[in-house]
Design a protein around this ligand. Structure first.
Ligand SMILES: Nc1ncnc2c1ncn2[C@@H]1O[C@H](COP(=O)(O)OP(=O)(O)OP(=O)(O)O)[C@@H](O)[C@H]1O
Ligand SMILES: O=C(O)C[C@@H](O)[C@H](O)C(=O)CO
Length: 328
């Protein structure tokens, strides 16, 4: 079996609710970022959502990207840790239904969940309890599957734990050993405050393709203008995809700046926008598209996920749509 992409991440199930800014303020978490919390805290927050419809959906940053690649018709494998509980089995069956290879055995404990609060501006605020996902370690990776992949995709969230950080480094090491490209997503601005030097070392070292959003790029570079941020990062990494929310994205490749427009949509929920964008780029690059074509596909895919509730596409792309969007 050959894979377009092998993903490594915290396997998380999302529990989503749409709430007002007033309620978010009352709950008291920073809007737009991910905060790690204990499950008791999640329970208190969920209890305070009385009367709000709550929806459940498989999630996790790298796993959303891997699911997106499968949605386009790509081949993918994933390493992430789930418990043998109702949520873990739900997550796994969702991934397997997409044809994604996940060989990490279910463990004992509690599966990771993220309570995602979506405000009227379509922004998402995430309260994540990692549970067993934090125990993913180097031993959970498949060297054989990594060697059979074109890219390994590593999420920055893995750096919040010793075991998951070791898994990230091992995945990168195995990728390099087998001449597999390394793609890395910064994941969240708070991680840069904790791991700036480490991330910069990775970006200037083994990372072949970097994904980040504008806030992350500004924080990494100290620059303000998107193109200045992207160019500075491109001095470090061969390929850079800088996302700019509703303003689209910039792809930098061979000292060339490729601007990609956003797809005009009515935003409902931005959860997973960056993840789905990465799916479009990675699917495109591993399936013969140019960087510009991959960017168009990524923009269409991210636009679709922004115009619906949840991080996974509720309506998949047909092969005809993939071909049409990629040729724009
Ligand atoms: N309002 C929007 N309208 C259209 N497309 C959007 C909008 N917001 C985001 N996108 C698309 O999604 C891509 C990624 O968005 P963004 O830069 O917000 O990433 P992100 O911060 O990583 O997202 P998230 O963390 O919410 O998943 C953008 O480059 C764009 O293509
Ligand atoms: O970053 C996002 O917008 C969402 C995801 O990465 C996601 O679904 C997640 O990490 C929580 O499960």
């Amino acid at each position: 079996m050959k894979f377009d992409v092998y993903g490594v991440g915290n396997a998380i199930t999302d529990i989503q609710a749409r709430i007002s800014d007033e309620l978010l303020e009352k709950i008291g978490f920073t809007k737009g970022v991910m905060t790690l919390v204990e499950s008791e805290k999640q329970g208190h927050v969920l209890a305070s959502l009385e009367g709000h419809p709550v929806n459940r959906c498989a999630g996790g940053s790298a796993s959303n990207t891997i699911a997106g690649i499968a949605d386009f018709g790509g081949t993918a494998a994933y390493a992430g840790k789930l418990a043998d509980d109702e949520i873990g089995r739900f997550w796994l069956s969702d991934m397997q239904a997409l044809g994604v290879t996940v060989d990490t055995p279910l463990g004992t404990g509690v599966s990771g969940t993220s309570v995602i609060l979506i405000t009227e501006d379509a922004q998402r605020t995430m309260l994540t309890h990692l549970g067993i996902s934090a125990t993913l370690g180097p031993e959970d990776l498949s060297e054989e599957q990594i060697a059979a992949s074109q890219y390994v995709y590593v999420e920055g969230y893995l750096f919040t734990g010793e075991s998951t950080r070791a898994a990230a480094y091992r995945a990168i090491e195995l990728a390099k050993k087998h001449n597999v490209k390394v793609a890395f997503t910064v994941s969240d601005p708070f991680l840069i405050h904790l791991f700036r030097d480490e991330f910069l070392k990775l970006i200037a070292g083994p990372v072949d393709l970097l994904f980040c959003n504008l806030e992350e790029a500004r924080s990494l570079t100290g620059k303000t203008e998107p193109v200045d941020c992207a160019q500075q990062l491109h001095h470090l990494a061969a390929d850079v995809a800088l996302t700019l929310g509703g303003d689209g994205s910039l792809i930098l490749r061979d000292n060339q700046v490729i601007p990609i427009e956003a797809t005009p949509v009515r935003p409902i929920d931005t959860t997973g926008a960056g993840d789905m964008y990465a799916a479009g780029i990675l699917y495109g690059l591993t399936n013969g598209l140019s960087y510009r074509q991959a960017g168009h596909l990524a923009s269409q895919a991210a636009g679709r996920v922004v115009s619906q509730l949840g991080a996974r596409l509720s309506r998949k792309f047909t092969p005809q749509e993939v071909a049409r969007f990629a040729s724009l």
